[in-house]
Ligand binder design. Sequence first.
Ligand SMILES: C[S@@+](CC[C@H](N)C(=O)[O-])C[C@H]1O[C@@H](n2cnc3c(N)ncnc32)[C@H](O)[C@@H]1O
Length: 254
Amino acid sequence: MNLNWNEYAHLFDWELQAINSHQTGDYKAWLELAKQIGGEVLELGCGSGRITAKLAQHDIDISGLDSSPVLIKMMKSKYPQLSQDKIFLGDMMTYKFPKSYDLIFYSYSTFQYLLTLEDQIQALQHIRKYLNPQGYIAFDICPYTCDLPAEQVKVLLYKKFNQALKKEVSMFTSHQVDRINQITTWHDTYVLEDNQGNRDVLHHKLSLKGIRGDFLALLLQYCGFELINSYGDFDLNEVSHSSDNIIYLAKKVD
Ligand SMILES: C[S@@+](CC[C@H](N)C(=O)[O-])C[C@H]1O[C@@H](n2cnc3c(N)ncnc32)[C@H](O)[C@@H]1O
C-alpha cells in the first residue's frame, strides 16, 4: 500500500488545480474511450475521484479503486452521488473485484508507479481476470519520464497561497534518474506557513518507471493483450514528437 499518498492527499486536488491545471482535461480522453467502448468501466488509482466522478456525471457506469484510505474517504465525501459499492479501497495488484468490466484504465501515469517488470506483469495478469471477453485496458504514459537530467538539486518550484488551508505553500523539488532501471524519483518538500509564521513541513516521494511504446507492446502481448491504438493527447489525436502524454489502448485476447 502506498501510504505516502495519505499525507499528501489534502494538497493533491489543490495542487492539480492551482499548478498542474494542464492535466485536468485528461478526463476527456477517458470519457471518449468509455463512450466508444460502452459497458462498465473501472478506474485504477482513482485518487479522490475527480475522473471517476466526472465520467459518472456523463452517465458512464464507472467504479474506482485506490490504495489510499484518505483519498478514498475524500472521494466518498466529495461525491456522495457516487454509489458507495462502486468505490473500492485496496491494491490494484491484488484486489478481488466483485465483477468484471468492459474497460479498465489507469489515469495520470498510474501504471508508471509499477517499478519492476515483475510488478507490471503481476498487475496486468491480475487485472485481466476482471475484464469481460474482448474487454479493453488503457493507460496514459509520460514518454519523457527518464529523459530528464540525471540529477536535479532541490529548487523552489512554486510558492502559492492555499485559500482552503489559509497557508502559503512553498514547494521544493529535486530528482534523480536511475538510467539503468529507467526510474525517476522526485523528492518533494512542501512548507506550509500561516500568517503567524507557524510552519508545517511535509515530504512526498514519487518514483515513476519510464516506459517505451515498443516495450509496452511486447509486455501487453506477454500478458494476454493486443495493443490496438495509441493517442498523442487527451483529445485522442495522433502521437507526435511533441506528445507529452501517450494514451495506449489494448484489447484482451484469448
Ligand atoms: C497520480 S495519482 C492519480 C489520482 C487520480 N487518478 C487523478 O488523476 O486525480 C495516483 C494514484 O494512484 C494510487 N495508487 C498508487 N499505487 C496504487 C496501488 N498499488 N493500488 C491502488 N492505487 C494506487 C495513489 O494512491 C494515487 O491516488
